[in-house]
Design a protein around this ligand. Structure first.
Ligand code: SF4
Length: 358
């Protein structure tokens, strides 16, 4: 029998609702969550394709030998991790989290780190630094007279782009900045400015374009300083700022721990003997040589990818459809969601894993 449950889309930080269709514990489809206030009856292809992650998963705790995963069990793998933790000093542990974990899971991981005395806990923030200032709301897009979009919002965050389209129909001007030659957003913009390397030299020319009725939406920055430049541009002109992330709970992670860039993660790996990575794939931003052979890698993820092959042990944790908790979307709204598919397995949740390790 088909089972249909509401959840929050895991494919970007806009926070759209999504319906998951499962049959006998297997996810078989998705369709838009019609009454959800953010996506108002629609989901983009990225969102609908979120269920493709179930096609290629690690299903059981594993020990990795010569790049091959050997199936094991929770107790054996947890004991290996406990032995590793018992053999190191508190400064030799690093924990890389991600915006793919719920707020409740991040709180639990933080509690474990505090108990161990580990200060090297953070996440890869795709060059966005920690910031706590107020951000714009989605309603601000509708009322803006000028929208400055950095990155390809139309492609990466279509349900946000939908609001830009409506605002443009009401007369708003769309300016797009990107370091690519063209994109869906650039082709739909009233003005396109291509930059190379960093945004800095383009910022001054934009000051006269923006005022308190403007909004800056950025889903891409090349370095932390680029974001600081955007913050200054917003402050100087009165424009509102809305950073948009590619992980559903990056805002929640940002509220709780350090946002690292690739160089910072690399240095932290260099300085650690045990590395716990939770629902992240460092090979998306570091090379194999930056990671392999540096320390013992505990990979808490069910993603069967190249990083799994260079890890030492794997605990799959729970997939997003098996989780209950909250994600904080990019406008700062915390949304609660429940288990959307009753997938049968004996894997411990991330909260249970860190309870066991504490
Ligand atoms: S815009 Fe983002 S949150 Fe919304 S459906 Fe698309 S990928 Fe999911």
């Amino acid at each position: 029998m088909l089972d249909i449950k509401h959840t929050i889309c895991p494919s970007c930080s806009v926070g759209c609702g999504l319906n998951i269709v499962s049959k006998d514990g297997t996810v078989v489809g998705s369709y838009p969550y019609k009454r959800h206030p953010i996506n108002e009856g629609k989901n983009c292809l990225n969102g609908r394709n979120s269920i493709l992650q179930f096609d290629n998963q690690i299903e059981e705790p594993s020990i990795v030998k010569n790049g091959e995963l050997e199936g094991s069990d929770c107790e054996t793998v947890l004991n290996i991790v406990k032995d590793q933790l018992a053999s190191i000093d508190k400064n030799e542990l690093a924990i890389i989290c991600s915006g793919n974990s719920t707020n409740e899971e991040l709180d639990k991981i933080k509690e474990f780190a505090d108990g161990f005395g580990c200060e090297k806990i953070g996440f890869y923030g795709y060059n966005f630094p920690n910031f706590s200032a107020d951000v714009a709301s989605y309603d601000d897009i509708a009322s803006a007279n000028t929208i400055l979009a950095i990155g390809d919002i139309y492609r990466e965050n279509p349900l946000l782009a939908r609001r830009i389209v409506l605002s443009k129909e009401n007369g708003a001007k769309l300016i797009n900045l990107d370091d690519v030659e063209k994109s869906i957003t650039s082709l739909n913009a009233d003005e396109f400015i291509q930059f190379e390397g960093h945004l800095d030299d383009k910022i001054d020319a934009l000051k006269s374009e923006l005022d308190e009725n403007s909004i800056i939406i950025a889903n891409k920055v090349c370095c932390k300083d680029d974001f600081v430049s955007l913050e200054s541009l917003a402050e100087g002109t009165g424009a509102k700022l809305l950073p948009v992330f590619n992980a559903p709970n990056m805002k929640g992670a940002m509220n709780r721990m350090d946002s690292w860039d690739a160089e910072e993660v690399k240095n932290i790996i260099d300085d650690s003997k045990v590395l716990i990575v939770v629902k992240d794939n460092p090979l998306e931003y570091l090379s194999k040589d930056d990671i392999k052979g540096k320390g013992f890698i505990v990979n808490i993820s069910n993603e069967d990818n190249a990083f799994a092959k260079i890890s030492d042990v794997i605990l799959p944790g729970k997939s997003w459809a098996e989780k209950t908790g909250t994600f904080t979307n990019c406008e700062g709204v915390e949304q609660c969601f429940d288990i959307s598919a009753e997938i049968e397995n004996d894997n411990l949740s991330e909260v249970e894993i860190f309870d066991e390790l504490a």
